[in-house]
Ligand binder design. Structure first.
Ligand SMILES: NC(=O)c1ccc[n+]([C@@H]2O[C@H](COP(=O)([O-])OP(=O)(O)OC[C@H]3O[C@@H](n4cnc5c(N)ncnc54)[C@H](O)[C@@H]3O)[C@@H](O)[C@H]2O)c1
Ligand SMILES: CC(C)[C@H](C(=O)O)[C@@H](O)C(=O)O
Ligand SMILES: [Mg+2]
Length: 373
């Protein structure tokens, strides 16, 4: 008999609720057919939470997120909220979840399904069989460093406009060591190779990053192959020859950018899942939040055409990393692969000469049907 798994679902804004509805179908299928017991609750985040409470994440929702085994998040943001004060923008809700849950290791795998190898904007021979994992530090760096803000620059008469915008890249050795350990642990279960990316040529925080990753490697993981790369070269190498990589470990901002680039190797941003993991809780499960890498896609929201696969594969990561349900995670990933192999495509995966795309709900139904088969 399996344990009970508590889940907090935060669909968010734009296509978030649309893709999350398909994940709920998948959860219901595992509950009905695989004897898994889920305690599922729903709440608001992002613009939806702002509309209801005047804040992109209420304290009550934050407390609920801290108490569950896993949070599933859709996406936040949208043009409706662009003019809001920075402190209450939808994205602040997501950043608060990451920071207060201390989800320091963000796993962003990029796998190219064979059925999509011709669809990537790169050549098939460059992306076929691609299977890399970006481990992005998620709770520190320039996203959170102090000082920050927009200030008047009164003492500088040469500054036309008279203002200055400040963000601070700050990393402690402990923050670097813990995410490096996550990357080395994950590498041992895959290709046993880690490439660390920073800009040690121009940033002191990059020098510290390189030294600390090297220290963790020498002290604790000498069996794993470690290499270092400047992040700008890393971006170029990702496009030139992405299969040279196994695990990439990098900071918060570089990881944000490199993972969007990696998404396109797989065909679409609508394909890329992620897991954000923190320290183990009392029950041994890590603090965890699962979300697609993509955003709220305002350009297609409300049209029922978003690709739900990134969100569904994020739930597969929850099965694997939070619940240890490895067979179920494999089955769900195989179901996605089968549906793609059958030629079922949402609009983002269509070539101009392709046939009729399916909508969000039909893609979800087809994946559930493939689980059934
Ligand atoms: N984790 C998150 O919640 C998250 C991540 C990124 C961006 N955002 C927010 O989302 C809003 C829009 O940002 P953006 O436009 O830069 O990025 P986006 O990821 O929302 O969209 C970029 C492009 O990819 C397409 N796309 C994204 N997901 C798709 C899917 N599942 N199926 C089909 N097509 C998809 C969109 O239609 C758009 O053309 C902003 O407010 C931004 O801050 C949120
Ligand atoms: C929405 C935004 C805060 C977020 C980030 O910058 O981390 C997004 O781009 C992501 O990749 O998860
Ligand atoms: Mg991003």
């Amino acid at each position: 008999m399996s344990d009970r798994y508590s889940l907090l679902i935060l669909p968010g804004d734009g296509i978030g609720p649309e893709v999350m509805a398909e994940v709920v179908k998948v959860i219901d299928w595992f509950a009905a057919n695989r004897g898994m017991e889920f305690d599922v609750s729903h709440d608001l985040v992002g613009g939806a939470a702002y509309d209801a409470h005047g804040a992109p994440l209420s304290d009550a929702t934050m407390a609920r997120a801290q108490a569950v085994d896993a949070v599933l998040l859709g996406a936040v943001g949208g043009p409706k909220y662009d003019a809001l004060d920075f402190s209450v923008k939808p994205e602040r809700g997501l950043l608060r979840l990451r920071k207060e849950m201390d989800l320091f290791a963000n796993l962003r795998p990029a796998q190219c399904f064979d059925a999509l190898a011709d669809f990537s904007s790169l050549k098939r021979e460059v992306v076929a069989g691609l299977d890399i994992l970006i481990v992005r530090e998620l709770t520190s760096g320039i996203y959170f460093g102090e000082p920050r803000g927009i200030h008047s620059d009164d003492n500088n008469p040469d500054n036309e406009g008279g203002r200055v915008g400040i963000n601070t890249q700050r990393y402690t050795s402990g923050e670097i060591r813990r995410v490096a350990r996550s990357a080395f642990e994950l590498a041992r279960k895959r290709g046993n190779r880690v490439c660390s990316m920073e800009k040690a040529n121009v940033m002191e925080s990059g020098i510290l990053w390189r030294e600390e990753v090297t220290w963790v490697h020498q002290q604790e993981y000498p069996d794993v192959e470690l290499s270092h790369m400047y992040a700008d070269n890393g971006a170029m190498q990702l496009v030139r020859n992405p299969r040279q990589f196994d695990v990439i470990v990098t900071d918060n901002l570089f990881g944000d950018i490199l993972s969007d680039a990696a998404a396109m190797l797989t065909g679409s941003l609508g394909m890329l899942p992620s897991a954000s993991l923190g320290a183990p809780m009392a029950n041994g499960r890590p603090k965890a939040l699962y979300e697609p890498v993509h955003g709220s896609a305002p350009d297609i929201a409300g049209q029922g055409m978003a690709n739900p696969i990134a969100c569904i594969l994020s739930f597969a990561m929850a099965l694997r990393y939070s619940f240890g349900e490895l067979a179920a995670a494999d089955a769900l990933e195989a179901a996605v692969e089968r549906v793609l192999a059958d030629g079922v495509r949402t609009a983002d995966l269509m070539t101009p000469e392709g046939g009729r795309p399916v909508g969000t709900a039909e893609m979800g139904d087809r994946i559930v049907a493939a689980l059934e088969a």
